[in-house]
Each structure stands twice: as C-alpha cells, then as structure tokens.
Write a protein that binds this ligand. Structure first.
Ligand code: NAD
Length: 263
C-alpha cells in the first residue's frame, strides 16, 4: 500500500452530484475510500449509486446547520465513520459590480462561505477526539483561482473564494492548537468546463466583457502557462493527494491547480 492509498478511509464530498465534486468522489473511491455524496440535488443519489457498492448518498444543504447534523450522522452510519471531508459545494453568479444584485450576492456568500464554515464546524466535531467518528482526518476546501487573480465579472464569487482560503488557514490553526488531529487544506482550481465553468464563460460574454464564450475561454488559456483549461481529473487527483498520507505534514496550505494561471 502506498502513502497515496485511501484504503479504509471514509469520505463525505459535498456538491458531489456532478462536476468537480463527482470527479473527486470517483477519484477518492478509486484510491480506496468509501465515499458518501452529499448534495442538495437529488442527482447525487444516482451518482453515488454509480460508484458501486460500499458508497452512499445523503441529501445535504450546506447552508443549513441542521442538515449538516443529519448528514454527519447518516455518513457515519452508512460508511462506518468519517476521516475526510471535501467542502466542494459552491455556486457562481456572474455580474459586474455596477449591476450587483444583493440577493445574488447573499446566495453566493451563503453557499460558498457559510456552507464551507459549517462544513468545517461539523467535520471538526465529528473527527476530533470524542466525536462521532473521533479518529482525526482531513478537510479539503475547494477555493478557486478566482481567489488569487482579478478576473472581471466575478467579484463577489472571488471574494467568497478568498474567504474559503482564510477559513482554511484559521481552521488548520484551531485544529492544531486544540489537538483535533485534522489537517485542513484547500485547492484553487483553474477554469474547468463543468456546468459552472461553462456557464461562467457564457455569462462573462453575455454581460459584454468578451465577444463570445470562446473568446472568454481563449483569454483564460492565454493567462495560463499550462496552455489549456483544467480538467475534472486534474482537480480530483490534487484532492486525493491532500486526502492521503502523502501530504501528512501539509496543513493550512492552498494548492493552486490552475496550470500556473494564478501565480
Ligand atoms: P457545478 O455547478 O457543476 O456543481 C456544484 C454542485 O454543488 C452541484 O451538484 C450542486 O447541486 C451542489 N450544490 C450547490 N449548492 C449546494 C448546497 N447549498 N448544498 C449542497 N450542494 C450544493 O460546479 P463545479 O464546477 O463542479 O464546482 C465545484 C466547486 O469547485 C465549487 O465550489 C466551485 O466554486 C469550485 N470551482 C469550480 C471551477 C470551475 O471552473 N468549474 C473553478 C474553480 C473553483
């Protein structure tokens, strides 16, 4: 067994019904973990079923404290514990600052910032000594290259991802100081053409920042030394690394997985 193996680990992936979260769930399962997909979208059940036996699904709204309580209980019941939490659920609503809609901004803050903070809360409570799982573990938060660059049209989204970055650092510090035995890290994915990523390229064109979605994608690639968009697998493999013992002395870190776009 290599230090990259996740055999015997139990993971909860939020927003795992589709997109990056689905890829992360598949990669964690392929590395040996038993995975529960937590998503507000009922599609999560089908995605979990497609992972095969030994995995699970729970309906979870990451913005809701009570929903988290139930999801943790259900996860521990379904897979026998909790060692890994991937706080991946997120939303993006494109807008120029001059046209900002307060309700849209509040939704992004709610899902991306509060949702991640509540995930850390319940992950800590479950994994720390004396918790429902109680064996320590790892939390991986999904920030964005948007936290490290200034791309037009995604101001509030970028702010929420900078918040995820800070939540990660403070969480790692609290875990260390209080002996929780939980490493906390984040990744900054570059643009990946999932539902969200493709939608973003459309929307920044729609509001007049680029001539077309293709032009927006071209601008992103132009800024990327790696010379292409990211893939679901690029992100999933980075999460497996941060979940595994191969990263055992890494905590409070943010790993860019963006082909160099955000350097
Ligand atoms: P996506 O829209 O394809 O999938 C997001 C998933 O989150 C969906 O299954 C959705 O149902 C779920 N979700 C939304 N609100 C939820 C809630 N309140 N509770 C539980 N689940 C909820 O998006 P994606 O591209 O897969 O993005 C996943 C994560 O990666 C997000 O945090 C996003 O900000 C981040 N990210 C994406 C990109 C990209 O280019 N796709 C780049 C950087 C970061």
């Amino acid at each position: 067994m290599t230090s990259y193996s996740l055999a015997g680990r139990r993971a909860l992936v939020t927003g795992g019904a589709q997109g990056l979260g689905e890829g992360m769930a598949r990669a964690l399962a392929a590395a040996g973990a038993r995975v529960v997909i937590g998503d507000i979208d009922p599609l999560g059940k089908d995605t979990a079923a497609s992972l095969g036996d030994g995995h699970g699904h729970v309906t979870l709204d990451v913005t809701d404290d009570a929903s988290w309580e139930e999801a943790i209980v259900s996860t521990v019941e379904q897979v026998g514990g909790l060692d890994l939490l991937v706080n991946n659920a997120g939303i993006e609503i494109t807008s120029l600052l001059a046209d900002l809609d307060a309700a849209d901004a509040a939704r992004m803050l709610n899902v991306n910032v509060l949702g991640t903070a509540l995930g850390i809360k319940h992950g800590f409570r479950a994994m720390r000594p004396g918790g429902a799982a109680g064996e320590g573990g790892g939390i991986i938060n999904i920030a964005s290259v948007a936290a490290t660059i200034a791309f037009p049209g995604i101001s509030v989204y970028s702010a929420t991802k900078s918040a995820v970055d800070r939540l990660t650092r403070v969480a790692a510090m609290e875990s260390g100081k209080l002996g929780y035995g939980v490493r906390v890290n984040c990744i900054y994915p570059g643009l990946v053409p999932t539902r969200m990523g493709a939608g973003l390229a459309n929307d920044v064109a729609q509001i007049g920042l680029f001539g077309s979605p293709e032009e927006a994608v071209g601008a992103v690639i132009e800024l990327t030394p790696g010379g292409r968009l990211g893939t679901v697998e690029d992100m999933a493999d980075a999460v497996v690394f941060l979940a595994s013992d191969a990263s055992r002395f890494i905590t409070g870190a943010g790993l860019p997985v963006d082909g160099g776009m955000g350097m």
